[in-house]
Design a protein around this ligand. Structure first.
Ligand code: AMP
Ligand code: MG
Length: 398
């Protein structure tokens, strides 16, 4: 069986996510909208700024009133005040953010103004129309689409929503994800380890990550390697949008998840051209989508980051699902081209990408040491200084 390139697996997952887009929306207060996905275009009902305002502390005047002689100050305008129209032949003391009075067409900063003994103000520099005035609607006009549906809301988007006066936002309801860890060998932290047992690292890794992605997490615990119990556990998961499991996907004797899916739905078993990773299951159990990630923790991390995370975002209608990546010069040599795309857990040292000494898929310490994933494409070698894609882990964790 030939290996499925990462792009193809990605494209198929995106198609399936789009076919199962979540269409239920809810209104949430602004302060609770962090990390959620905007359900409809945000259209401004305001001009921003709503009126022309001063960009400086200084004086507002009408240029045609001024022939070089000092002007009397006829009013003082602080931010938050509504000014009177400018009295002809005078200037107004004005502060940053305050509305420019009707009739004024220029603001001079106070550093270029001299207050005379008789309190009149002399301007020492040449003045030009519109200077230091932020015009009405400079940032946004009534009717502008400020954010598109499918935008993930972060601190900046929330600030922007607030600037438009919105107290509630219409967002897509959270995705409900059930997390299952499969394997007879797994024990939860806090329990003693018996012979042949290991601690379950994937459960907390995925549950905490999903919470950072603002998913609703149904922690379905550990599933033993047993067909009957697998069936029962899957059947007990009601009202979820995705079942996300780890382990049990290598087509071995212990492939109970695969069996259960074949009986009660359908199953695609992919051999991905990705390292760490390779085996990945996509299927449905009684209509509920199931993604089975490989069990080794570094494989779980990489396949979740590159495939399951974008899938979950796309289910919510997010358009930008790929993490930011950029090119960095390699600080290593890679002489043996592989048949899978490698995602080395690495970081930048003196501006060059270097990777953790042990890249085994079972070694989660590689990812703790790393700041990102260094991509080495299938079939390629790398010389020192070659440019490689780098995906910061901080990009995929949120
Ligand atoms: P499997 O696909 O079930 O054969 O698992 C592949 C490897 O990952 C095995 O060495 C498992 O012990 C390990 N593994 C599976 N699930 C977990 C888990 N939740 N935490 C830590 N290691 C795991
Ligand atoms: Mg297993």
């Amino acid at each position: 069986m030939s290996l499925l390139p990462v792009e193809q697996a990605f494209a198929r997952l995106m198609e399936m996510a789009e076919a199962a887009t979540i269409h239920e929306h809810e209104s949430v207060p602004l302060a609770a909208a962090q990390g959620r996905v905007l359900a409809e275009d945000m259209v401004s009902s305001l001009d921003l700024p709503p009126w022309p305002n001063s960009a400086m502390d200084g004086y507002a005047l009408r240029l045609s009133d001024w022939a070089g002689e000092p002007l009397r100050v006829s009013q003082r305008i602080f931010a938050g005040q509504a000014p009177e129209p400018l009295e002809p032949g005078t200037c107004a003391r004005i502060f940053t953010g305050a509305p420019v009075p009707q009739g004024a067409d220029c603001v001079e900063m106070q550093e270029n103004a001299e207050v005379l003994d008789d309190q009149r103000v002399r301007f020492t520099e040449a003045l030009s129309p519109g200077q230091n005035i932020r015009p009405q609607g400079q940032e946004t006009r009534v009717g502008d689409t400020v954010l598109a549906a499918g935008t993930r809301l972060g601190p900046v988007e929330l600030g922007l929503s607030a600037s438009l006066g919105l107290a509630e936002l219409k967002v897509v309801r959270r995705v409900r994800v059930a997390v299952l860890s499969t394997g007879d060998e797994l024990v939860e932290p806090g329990q003693p380890l018996g012979p042949g047992q290991i601690y379950n690292s994937n459960r907390v890794l995925l549950c905490s990550w999903l919470k950072r992605l603002e998913c609703e997490v149904i922690d379905a615990g550990i599933l033993p390697d047993d067909l009957e119990k697998t069936r029962a556990a899957l059947g007990a998961l009601h009202d979820v949008d995705l079942i996300l499991s780890t382990g049990g996907v290598s087509v071995g004797e212990a492939d109970f998840l695969g069996h259960a899916l074949r009986e009660e739905g359908e199953l695609a078993l992919w051999k991905l051209a990705i390292k760490p990773g390779k085996p990945l299951t996509f299927g449905h159990f009684r209509g509920v989508p199931v993604i089975g990630l490989p069990g080794n923790p570094a494989s779980t991390l990489v396949t979740f980051a590159l495939l399951a995370r974008p899938y979950l975002l796309r289910r919510q209608g997010v358009s930008e699902v790929q993490p930011l990546q950029f090119k960095v010069p390699a600080g290593f040599v890679w002489s043996k081209p592989g048949n899978r795309r490698e995602y080395l857990r690495g970081r930048l040292e003196q501006g060059r990408a270097v990777f953790y000494r042990n890249q085994s898929s079972g070694v989660l310490r590689s990812a703790a040491w790393a700041d990102g994933l260094i991509e080495v494409r299938e079939g390629s070698t790398v010389a020192e200084g070659d440019l490689l894609n780098f995906i910061p882990l901080s990009e995929v964790f949120g």
